[in-house]
Design a protein around this ligand. Structure first.
Ligand SMILES: [Zn+2]
Length: 306
C-alpha cells in the first residue's frame, strides 16, 4: 500500500480516512488505497468513489454511544470541582491533581490545629524547651537553655558556659556575651538537671526540634555524657502545616521562624525580651495558646481523648 509522506497536506482530495467518511455520512466499500502518517500511527485512506451511504444508527446504538461517551467523561471529571481533566492525566481517588493537593493541605492543616488543641487541652503532658547556641554547626555549644510549661511556669532557665568562646555573630543574635557566661555552669554541671526534666515522661515541644535535640546530643557527646532520647514534637513543623504554605517543589510545608510566626499571629512579646531561651519558650507557648483561642471551640475528637 502506498504510504504518503509529509502528512495530510500531501493526501489527494479523493482519499479520505474513516473518520472523514463518517462525518460525510459515508462508509468505505473497497480496500484502503493508501496510508498517511498521523504523528503517531499510520491512518488508512479510502477512495471516496468506493463508498456507500451509512445507515443511520438505531435508537439503541445511539443510546449505547451516548452511554459510552458519558462514562468516558465521568472517568475524567473531578468529583470535587467538576473540572474535566486532560486525557493525558488521570484522576486519583476521583479527584484532579489540584483538588487532591488542596484537600491534602486542608486536612494537614486541620490535623495540625487538632495537635495544637490537644497540647492546650492536656497541658500537664507537655513542656516547652529552647536553647541558644554559639552557632549552627555540630561543634556549636549551648549557651542558654530554658524549659517552661504551658502556663509559662519556668522549670529551668540558665546560661551555660561553653568550652569555646561565643563568636560575635552569635552574640548579635541572642545578646549573650562571653562576660555573661563567665560564672555560668558548664554543660556537665547543668546536664543532670536537664536530664531529670527531660526524662520525667513529658512530651517536649520545641520550635525546630531537630536543631535543639541535635545540639543537646552533640553537647553531651563533647563531654562524654550519655544522651537519653526523649519524646518531642516540632512546633515549627506543626505551625508550618497549620499555615498550609505548601511547596509543590519541595513536597513539604514551608517553615516559618518563631519571630515571624509571633508577628504573623500578632503575639505581644513586649517585656519578655527576644531570642533568649526563656523568651523564645514563652513566645512558643503564646503562639500555641493564640492559635487555639482564635480557632474557637475544641472539636469532639479532642474531647474524647481525655
Ligand atoms: Zn478538581
Amino acid at each position: 500500500m502506498e504510504r504518503i509522506r509529509g502528512g495530510w497536506v500531501n493526501v489527494p482530495e479523493h482519499l479520505k480516512c474513516k473518520t472523514d467518511l463518517k462525518e460525510m455520512g459515508l462508509k468505505p466499500t473497497g480496500e484502503a488505497k493508501a496510508e498517511v502518517w498521523n504523528s503517531h500511527i499510520w491512518v488508512k485512506l479510502y477512495d471516496i468513489n468506493e463508498t456507500a451511504p451509512r445507515k443511520p444508527a438505531t435508537e439503541k446504538q445511539l443510546a449505547a454511544i451516548e452511554k459510552a461517551r458519558a462514562a468516558q467523561l465521568a472517568a475524567r471529571t473531578c468529583s470535587r470541582c467538576g473540572e474535566i481533566i486532560p486525557k493525558k492525566e488521570s484522576l486519583f481517588q476521583g479527584m484532579c491533581n489540584y483538588c487532591r493537593e488542596s484537600l491534602f493541605i486542608k486536612e494537614t492543616s486541620e490535623n495540625a490545629l487538632e495537635l495544637f488543641r490537644s497540647w492546650v487541652h492536656d497541658k500537664s503532658k507537655y513542656l516547652i524547651l529552647d536553647t541558644e547556641t554559639t552557632g549552627l554547626d555540630y561543634d556549636s555549644e549551648i549557651v542558654d537553655i530554658a524549659v517552661i510549661d504551658l502556663d509559662e511556669n519556668i522549670l529551668l532557665e540558665s546560661l551555660v558556659k561553653p568550652v569555646c568562646p561565643i563568636p560575635e555573630v552569635a552574640t548579635i543574635i541572642h545578646g549573650i556575651t562571653n562576660k555573661m557566661v563567665e560564672n555560668a555552669p558548664s554543660w556537665p554541671e547543668i546536664w543532670p538537671q536537664i536530664k531529670q526534666i527531660l526524662s520525667a515522661g513529658k512530651i517536649i515541644l520545641i520550635y525546630n526540634d531537630s536543631f535543639d535535640i541535635g545540639m543537646i546530643r552533640s553537647n553531651c557527646e563533647r563531654h562524654n555524657l550519655p544522651f537519653t532520647a526523649f519524646e518531642s514534637i516540632c512546633v515549627m513543623q506543626t505551625y508550618a502545616e497549620y499555615v498550609g504554605n505548601y511547596s509543590r517543589y519541595r513536597r513539604d510545608f514551608t517553615w516559618i521562624s518563631l519571630a515571624d510566626a509571633a508577628y504573623e499571629e500578632d503575639i505581644r512579646l513586649i517585656g519578655i525580651g527576644s531570642h533568649r531561651a526563656k523568651s523564645d519558650c514563652i513566645a512558643c507557648s503564646r503562639l500555641i495558646h493564640r492559635i487555639v483561642a482564635e480557632r474557637g471551640v475544641e472539636v469532639e475528637s479532642v474531647k474524647n481523648t481525655s
